[in-house]
Design a protein around this ligand. Sequence first.
Ligand code: AHG
Ligand code: MN
Ligand code: MN
Length: 286
Amino acid sequence: MSTIQRESVADEVLDAVAEAVPRVREGLRGRRETVGSENASGDDQKAADVWADKHLADRITEIEGVGEFVSEERDAVVDCGSGLSVALDPLDGSSNLESNNLMGTIVAVYEDDLPARGRSLVGAAYVLYGPIATMVSAVDGTVTEHEIVDGERRPIERDMAIPADPTVYGFGGRTPEWNPEFAEYAGEIESELKLRYGGSLVGDVNQVIGYGGVFCYPALQSRPEGKLRLQFEGNPMAYIVESAGGRSSDGERSLLDVDPERIHQRVPLHIGNEELIDRLESKVER
Ligand code: AHG
Ligand code: MN
Ligand code: MN
């Protein structure tokens, strides 16, 4: 598949996600409850997770040029022919549904078979179900923010770049669970920036891209691999922020260089301004 063809399939995937947004959003109402099953990561599935997964998968797996599909809510890869591989977090931050806080959808389009290395990404995007439904996408290294109106993407900011002067930070996990090196880094950042932590990766990283800063869900003493998933969360968000001039790290290297071993593998995630991630790596030994 040529570069032009790969990018056009990636754009078709992002269009399919945008088209599903009104349906996904309207289906959140009345689907706050858990459905009694767990996903492959061991998270309780909410009816809204399953709803979003179905409406997005139905569209994405139909696209000519998509060969593989997997989501956070499915154990195994779906074979849909030949072409690019799509990994999806259908509803990110779904625990925010009960408190009516921000949630999102994250999509990654890889050239390689799944589980894929971040460097093989052709495009990535996240939808933010905020007061306005928006999509931030990166294809071929260019970051664009769109409003989603009636299932259509309308660009509102092109060539997005993370602001040079950082303003906000958000750190997941609980202070007693952090490794001492991260706790020391956190102490420095907390004295320099403003806390913005909303419990959804999409909402929190969107603030980092908009205002400059850093978001981390670090390795925890109880969970050295961290909480967030490389294929559906770490790689796509790293690709978008690095395309906007920022950096990402698992504590040692860009998330895009982390070896893909399993579909639902977790990874410590640090994303934001280059100098803040450089500082993090100089403190945190892995
Ligand atoms: P998901 O709802 O897709 O499982 O993602 C939830 C993730 C991520 O969105 C967020 O950054 C993190 O969980 C929040 O974790 P805590 O609830 O531990 O703060
Ligand atoms: Mn998620
Ligand atoms: Mn999810």
